[in-house]
Write a protein that binds this ligand. Structure first.
Ligand SMILES: Cc1cc2nc3c(=O)[nH]c(=O)nc-3n(C[C@H](O)[C@H](O)[C@H](O)COP(=O)(O)O)c2cc1C
Length: 203
């Protein structure tokens, strides 16, 4: 299932031709951010709910369970696409807006994840970390089922109208991403630093 290559620093990187696996190392190393999905193939809600059920067992200091997961229907998706098209058009022009509209209209499954806000800065920091643990769990679970994801943090998720479209109170929650999911059309290849570059051994 894996093809190993060598990059310039000698660290192997991996490309998976088939994302379905039950081996934890294969799943972690093989998961990739998917930019292109097979069109019109939306994974069943059942598998997404199973993935969320597993993902919520993420480590979480003080068990605040600060996450909310919004499963989007077509009406909300259309609203987000329209809003994003307008924002991109204002910033980068008509052509860029049209390109984004076309791309986003092809995204199969849509999920938005938010994190509860807190007046306590440390609490918020740790809650965001816990949400990231849940998200990685989710991505790995889905990857093991042959489903890829893309985490997107573009300008639109910080727009007040985005919160209105999702009925989210911006004082109470912070949106931390749009997550598209579906069956990969192609799987990118990436590399990572070698162990020597990231490990510091202390006496
Ligand atoms: C917090 C966070 C935000 C991200 N936002 C974006 C984004 O807005 N657009 C994008 O193309 N990828 C985004 N990504 C995905 C990263 O670009 C991707 O993980 C990175 O290129 C490594 O690729 P891999 O996930 O295939 O290992 C985001 C990832 C994280 C963790």
């Amino acid at each position: 299932m894996f093809h190993s290559h060598e990059n310039s620093s000698g660290e192997p990187f991996t490309k998976m031709t088939d994302s379905k696996s039950s081996n934890i190392s294969d799943i972690i190393r093989g998961r990739r951010t998917i930019h292109n999905f097979r069109v019109n193939e939306v994974p069943d809600d059942e598998i997404i709910l199973k993935a969320i059920e597993a993902a919520k067992w993420a480590p979480n200091h003080h068990l605040t369970e600060p996450w909310r997961l919004y499963l989007l229907g077509q009406e909300t998706i259309n609203g987000i696409i329209d809003l994003n098209t307008r924002l991109v058009t204002e910033k980068h022009g008509m052509e860029a807006g049209k390109d984004k509209q076309e791309r986003w209209s092809k995204m199969p499954g849509w999920l938005v994840i938010s994190c509860n806000r807190s007046d306590d800065k440390l609490q918020m920091h740790e809650d965001y970390a816990a949400c990231c643990c849940l998200i990685q769990n989710l991505m790995l679970y889905l990857w093991s089922e042959g489903i890829g994801m893309k985490w997107s943090t573009g300008d639109v998720i910080r727009d007040r109208q985005f919160y209105d479209l999702l009925w989210i109170d911006p004082q109470a929650e912070e949106v931390i991403g749009i997550f598209w999911y579906g069956y990969p059309d192609d799987i990118p290849v990436t590399a990572r630093k070698s162990l020597e570059q990231i490990i510091v051994k202390l006496p």
